[in-house]
Design a protein around this ligand. Structure first.
Ligand code: NAD
Length: 515
């Protein structure tokens, strides 16, 4: 029997041997920069005239790869191939499907620094953040493999004397998988493998800024022998190709992780039935967040400051779970603010591929401009107490930025900025702090730092988020340990890395045999 699932252990970068190994992997990845990456449809590698360059956000002159771009005819071809492949793939034994995931996990584990190193270059992750992500990708593979095996066991039903009843979780069909750039390996791999291990076939449209890491994962799936056509790789402009895939009558479901606007657009388009379509499309959408850490007046203030700093500025705040609001009881407000400013001012912003960097750049020009615009808005809505500026102009560096005395209704308290910007809001009471915390359209993560047991119980009932954490950071969900996903405008309430996640990719068939 396969060993019980366990979370992958993170690499300790305080150990110089690990840094040395990482640097060797980085050299290997650097030697491959600038390569061309084709589309892959039914195992066929297709190079197109239209190409897009993926660049290093920390060094705009460095090209990570040149990626062929799909157009509508190729999107059509990908859907047709996925639909044809589904006819055989759906009949493969679930154990066999799971084994592809276990093999991929084993190779990923062996070559983890190589994948992480590529992420430091393509996504601007620090060594630590990239390693945590590679570990998460391994976890998804190991966890979903086991979950599929569990779901393929006989399911408990009420016993009948005259009938034999069995329930099977069967696949849905062709799935369009649209991941974000901010977890370009883990979320992309998790969404893709959840779909395929349950017996579906996939058209994978990687995020436009991080297609090379997705191409590397495709190579891994090929290496483990996954049959051609099960996952079809279709990089291309989100708007054009994305709409076509979503609208297609053969698309059975769409698994999306990304912004609220795109998620809502997909949900709306998927609701329309097209000629030849036989089903209601299923949409699994994991969207944005405006996550808060609440600090009570009875709390460990050093812990509070540590948790806010880590949650707000890890990966430059570019996590859906990042703390973008710090809601602090008035009794401890000045003290917590001062401690966070002190910690954040010591963060080292530099090339994230180098050892010792605490934060790197933001992902691209568009994000850079948007975040700087929000910083200008913040100057009207609050008191700038740290940062606000930019760094090395070779990359999209933005300083850790803290605004104090921001109203909970302000734009920077309500809208997702997705950058290293946190708004501090003062609350008169714990009740008011919770009211502020719940006052956005989102409901993804949140944390409460408190020593007051009654307040923690109250938060347990009233703080309406999918992932609620007490006396710890609001980022860093672990597969299997903290199933992840939020409420309201944060998505369709799914839980990635949880025991009910794979059900979203299946339909249950009951067979009743009377004898
Ligand atoms: P995005 O919405 O801009 O893009 C996500 C994906 O959608 C990309 O692959 C993009 O190419 C594609 N896309 C764009 N337009 C499309 C269209 N019309 N049809 C189909 N696909 C289209 O988001 P992003 O900037 O890549 O990611 C950041 C966002 O993702 C943030 O809002 C963040 O909170 C969210 N996020 C949520 C979770 C979660 O689990 N809830 C996890 C990570 C990121």
């Amino acid at each position: 029997m396969r060993a019980e699932f366990k979370n992958e252990v993170f690499v300790d970068f305080k150990d110089e041997r690990n840094n040395a190994e990482f640097e060797a992997a980085l050299k290997k990845v650097e030697a491959e920069l600038g390569k061309e990456y084709p589309l892959i449809i039914g195992g066929e590698k297709i190079t197109t005239d239209r190409k897009a360059a993926s660049i290093n956000p920390a060094n705009k002159t460095q090209t990570i790869g040149i990626v062929s771009q799909a157009d509508i005819p190729l999107a059509e071809k990908a859907i047709q191939v996925a639909a044809a492949t589904f006819e055989t793939w759906k009949r493969t034994d679930p154990g066999e499907r799971a084994r592809y995931l276990y093999r991929a996990a084993a190779i990923l584990r062996r070559r983890k620094h190589e994948f992480s190193a590529l992420m430091t270059l393509e996504a601007g992750k620090t060594r630590v953040e990239a390693d945590v992500e590679t570990a998460e990708a391994i976890d998804f593979l190991e966890f979903y493999g086991r979950e599929m095996q569990r779901l393929s066991l006989p399911q408990p039903l009420t016993v009948s004397q005259e009938e034999e009843n069995e329930l099977y979780y069967i696949p849905l069909g062709v799935g369009v998988v649209i991941p974000p750039w901010n977890f370009p390996l883990a979320i992309m791999a998790g969404m893709t493998t959840a779909a395929l291990v349950t017996g579906n076939t996939v058209v994978l449209k990687p995020a436009s800024t991080t297609p090379v890491i997705a191409a590397k994962f495709m190579a891994l799936l090929e290496e483990v022998g996954l049959p051609a056509g099960v996952v079809n790789f279709l990089p291309g402009p989100g708007g054009q190709v994305g709409d076509y895939l979503v609208d297609h009558p053969l698309t059975r479901f769409i698994s999306f992780t990304g912004s609220r606007d795109v998620g809502l657009r997909i949900n709306e388009r998927a609701a329309k039935t097209h000629p030849g379509q036989k089903w209601i499309k299923r949409v699994i959408a994991e969207m944005g967040g405006k996550d808060a850490i609440v600090v009570d007046n009875e709390a460990d203030l050093e812990l509070a400051a540590d948790m806010i700093t880590t949650s707000a500025f890890g990966f430059s705040g570019q996590k859906c779970s990042a703390c973008s609001r710090a809601i602090i009881h008035e009794d401890v407000y000045d003290s917590v603010l001062e401690k966070v400013v002190e910690r954040a001012s010591k963060l080292i912003m530099s090339n994230p591929a180098e050892a010792g960097a605490n934060l790197g750049p933001v992902i691209d020009e568009k994000a850079y401009a948007k975040i700087l615009e929000y910083i200008e808005i913040g100057k009207q809505e609050g008191r700038l107490v740290l940062g606000g500026g930019t760094g090395d102009s070779n990359g999209y560096f933005i300083e850790p930025t803290i605004f104090a005395d921001v109203e909970s209704t302000a734009r920077i308290s309500q809208e997702e900025i997705f950058g290293p910007v946190v708004a501090f809001t003062k609350a008169k009471s714990f009740d008011e702090a919770l009211e502020f915390a719940n006052s956005t359209d989102y409901g993804l993560t949140g944390a409460v730092i408190s020593r007051n047991g009654a307040h923690l119980e109250q938060a347990r009932r009233e703080f309406h988020v999918g992932n609620l954490y007490f006396n710890r950071k609001c980022t860093g969900a672990l597969v299997g340990t903290h199933p992840f996903g939020g409420f309201n405008m944060s998505g369709t309430d799914s839980k990635a890395g949880g025991r009910d996640y794979l059900l979203l990719f299946t339909q249950a068939k009951l067979v009743s045999d009377r004898f």
